[in-house]
Design a protein around this ligand. Structure first.
Ligand code: GLY
Length: 552
């Protein structure tokens, strides 16, 4: 009896370890200021969608590394009435874009053209996406929601150490853009007051005119003028035509838990369900977290899923994506038929073709829950840190460099030694493939977990491991998020490992089987919310970042 009590106590402690528990709502984001704004919206009667939209606009002010008006994202929503939906506000290729636009006359990829400056920018989707979510599923007036971001841009906020470091580290990149230097140029220190008047005025136009305040009128003039002055191709037509799209969520199950996430143009939802379907056929608890056999198994699952991602996934409005097959349990089982514990598979054997997409490490995720059971999971991005590094002069925000998420040259290695394929080639108005994986998990149809992460191609495996850490390894939310991770993405054929994930003997074991290990530091920063059986909830923001989960 005593033993059972001790086990229960241990289990309860591990569930709640060190994290406050709340009844009325939680927001977990990359910025404490943004999380506080979201909580204020909830306290004032807003629902989780109101708060998520407010947080999105605030991140554009206080976390311009990835929070944005000039980028795009995905919002997965579960409403208290049981409805699941998602808003796709991924950027689109401009009307004047072309399949070979980043190649020189010899057919070689031109260095930096798809990453730096205005030709790298897709048509921004965030403003239309956030406003669409607010109009359809929010309850509050736009003017109330926008007030938080406007005040922070207008009167400023005190910058934290990480933002100061980011700004200082990117001065060389900013230097090529006078419009960026006006606002982001200089040396910054923690505690500096950061005011953004141009951005405040753009936000005021959005508050006043809704989507027309961004896609038409003065903001559109500023964007198009910026394009004309530089090498950009986004036109008035592009801006007028941009619309966010509401899409069905991708659904799956894992050991009795139900999962919803984002479908194409993100590869995230399909890949996550596909990975979980594979792992469900094995008992990970036998060997436990960090065990070399589990690392090997998960690596081989990742290898196969990323090979298929490269071959089959793109914007489903343009190419046919076999989502039903890729997320079926039968396919997952069949795909592992050639898996052997005795040696590493070789990526060249796993799939014909050598497709691979280069993706950046900088994106941001936030999770929101209210007291009524509305749940929102949002991942948003400019692609690289500070996007294309070029601020729209007079409008105060960075544009994205999301065009680099397309494949510049199908089948041929790009400047980073990577290759991609046809499904994700550039076409006017097509959305570039993403790895963003905003997810919501239910247990017995009740909320269990909201989570997501930045991290480019590593987003999917970061979300996967956080789920497995909780469901299979019984970790608390904090332990699950903070635990070191690993990643394999088919190509390059190596296991990318975070410090602390494996010890020397495990590395030797894996090396002997033929696995190459590469230590890297840049794993994504998860922002998550977990729910308990009594309906209460707690949130956690990854130790790797400087975000904060706030609740009440
Ligand atoms: N730009 C990163 C992603 O969408 O996956």
């Amino acid at each position: 009896m005593k033993k059972i009590v001790l086990i229960l106590l241990f289990f309860w402690r591990s569930l709640t370890a060190g994290i406050p528990v709340y009844e009325n709502g939680v927001v977990s984001s990359a910025s404490e200021i943004a999380s506080n704004a979201g909580i204020d919206i909830l306290r004032n009667g807003g629902n989780a969608v109101d708060a998520a939209v407010g947080v999105g606009f605030v991140l554009a002010v206080v976390y311009p590394q990835a929070g944005n008006l000039g980028g795009g994202g995905f919002m997965v929503i579960h409403l208290k009435n049981g409805m699941n939906t998602s808003i796709d506000y991924r950027e689109k290729a401009p009307l004047q874009s072309a399949r070979d636009m980043y190649l020189n006359k010899d057919g070689d990829v031109i260095l930096n053209l798809s990453t730096l400056g205005n030709l790298a920018a897709g048509v921004p989707g965030s403003v239309d996406g956030l406003l669409t979510a607010l109009e359809k599923y929010g309850t509050m007036d736009r003017s109330i929601i926008l007030r938080y971001s406007i005040d922070l841009a207008d009167t400023g906020f005190l910058i934290n150490g990480q933002f100061a470091d980011n700004l200082n580290n990117y001065q060389k990149d900013f230097n090529g853009f006078a419009s960026t230097m006006k606002i982001f140029g200089g040396h910054f220190s923690e505690g500096d007051l950061f005011i953004q008047k141009d951005l405040a005025n753009t936000l005021k136009r959005i508050k006043e005119h809704g989507r027309k305040g961004f896609y038409e009128g003065e903001t559109a003039d500023l964007i198009v003028n910026e394009m004309k002055r530089t090498n950009g191709i986004i036109s008035y037509d592009d801006l007028m035509k941009y619309t966010a799209k509401e899409r069905n969520v991708i659904q799956g199950t894992y050991r009795g838990y139900e999962i919803i996430s984002m479908g194409p143009p993100s590869s995230g939802g399909i890949s996550l369900i596909y990975l979980l379907n594979i792992l469900e056929n094995y008992d990970l608890r036998i060997n436990g977290y960090g065990n070399e056999k589990n690392i090997q198994l998960m690596t081989e699952a990742m290898r196969r899923v990323y090979a298929d991602r490269s071959e089959f996934m793109g914007d489903a409005d343009f190419v046919s994506v076999p989502a039903d097959i890729l997320t079926s349990k039968v396919y997952a089982e069949r795909r592992m038929k050639d898996y052997s514990e005795d040696k590493a598979s070789a990526s060249t054997d796993v799939k014909h073709g050598e497709a691979y997409y280069r993706e950046s490490d900088q994106t941001t995720h936030y999770s929101v829950a209210d007291k009524d059971g509305n749940l929102v999971s949002v991942t948003t991005t400019l692609n690289d840190v500070f996007g294309n590094k070029a601020v729209v002069d007079g409008a105060g925000f960075f544009l994205n460099n999301e065009m680099d998420d397309f494949v510049s040259k199908p089948g041929i290695p790009n400047i980073y030694g990577l290759v991609g394929n046809e499904a994700n080639s550039i076409e006017p108005e097509k959305r570039m493939l993403s790895s963003m994986t905003p997810a919501i998990i239910f247990k017995d149809s009740k909320p269990f977990l909201i989570l997501g992460s930045p991290g480019g191609g590593r987003i999917i495996t970061t979300v996967l491991q956080t789920i497995v850490n909780i469901i299979d390894y019984g970790m608390s939310l904090q332990e699950a998020v903070d635990a070191p991770r690993f990643h394999h993405q088919w190509l390059p054929d190596e296991i990318q490992v975070e410090k602390g994930m494996i010890d020397e003997s495990r590395q030797i074991y894996l090396n002997k089987l033929g696995y190459k290990i590469n230590y890297i530091t840049d794993f994504g920063r998860v922002d998550a919310i977990q729910f308990f059986d009594d309906g209460r909830m707690s949130g956690y923001s990854d130790r790797r970042g400087s975000g904060k989960a706030v609740g009440f």
